[in-house]
Design a protein around this ligand. Sequence first.
Ligand code: TRP
Length: 327
Amino acid sequence: MKKRILTGDRPTGRLHLGHYIGSLKSRVDLQDDYEEFILIADVQALTTHFDKPELIHQSIFDVAMDNLSVGLDENKVTIVQQSMVGAIAELTIFYSMLVTVPQLSHNPTIKTEAKNYGYKEMTYGFLGYPVSQTADITFCNADLVPVGDDQIPHIEMARKIVRKFNDLYGTNITEPEAKLSSVGRLSGLDGNAKMGKSMGNALYLSDSPETVWEKVRNGVTDTNRISVKIPGNPDVCAIYKYHQAFSPDEAGNISSMCRNAAIGCVACKKKLAETLNAILDPIRARRNYFENHIDEVKDIISAGTEKANKIGNENLLAIKEKMHVKL
Ligand code: TRP
């Protein structure tokens, strides 16, 4: 029996290169050896974007297409629409009895996000999303959750909830483990520590070659290098970080050329745009196919969600039985 993986994205826009490096790439690598569930977390998206339901609806398709375009095979992975899996909502309610408000308000990721969104006060739904995320992960008894380090507090919370739940009710829900992505966070081309939609520095998987060049061209290099004739310092160059992330074999060479003033910043940026476009070209081609076959995308999500409901309902019934939630 293959182990189960569950991972998720919030549909609040298209996915970008940060998602690709941090998660999508490993999803593709893992799809043969694991039974993989990709959750499109449209309810979780509402916790921050409750006033933008149309954006969330459109983004469900964008996120599905982004996942399929990077090479996830719809015959191997299960793509699930969170809001359509009733068992997740029900489990969320049961789990919520076992989590205190301070546990949630002290969660470092909740704190950071609340600050980034400028929340003076948090809604009940936003504060509680790690509980709902625990239900996302456990409705199908996922063993592993591939995540970036910001999600670790949530997985810790999930493990705690599951342990307590199993102890209390004698259930056998799987305690999930985080699978930390080996590559660190992708920084922004603008020099910001993180690439993100909300930071306005995202390079989207669906960006055209021209847009990629435009964004790379505007990227930050060593600001002390005022002429191509003087040596540069790749350590302080945002562009160089991308060479390291996307063409690691070539990065050493690029670094020494920069330090020896053997390559200028424009040429170096052209090289990076070429590297990125070589990665993105096949992704764009597959996305183009799905954009023209949106009914197929819909069918893939429907079929995955149906499978998730079967599994979720069966597990939920057994859990409710143990909890004496019955007549
Ligand atoms: N919180 C995750 C993020 O912001 C998205 C997510 C929702 C998720 N449900 C999940 C991730 C379940 C892993 C497992 O990226």
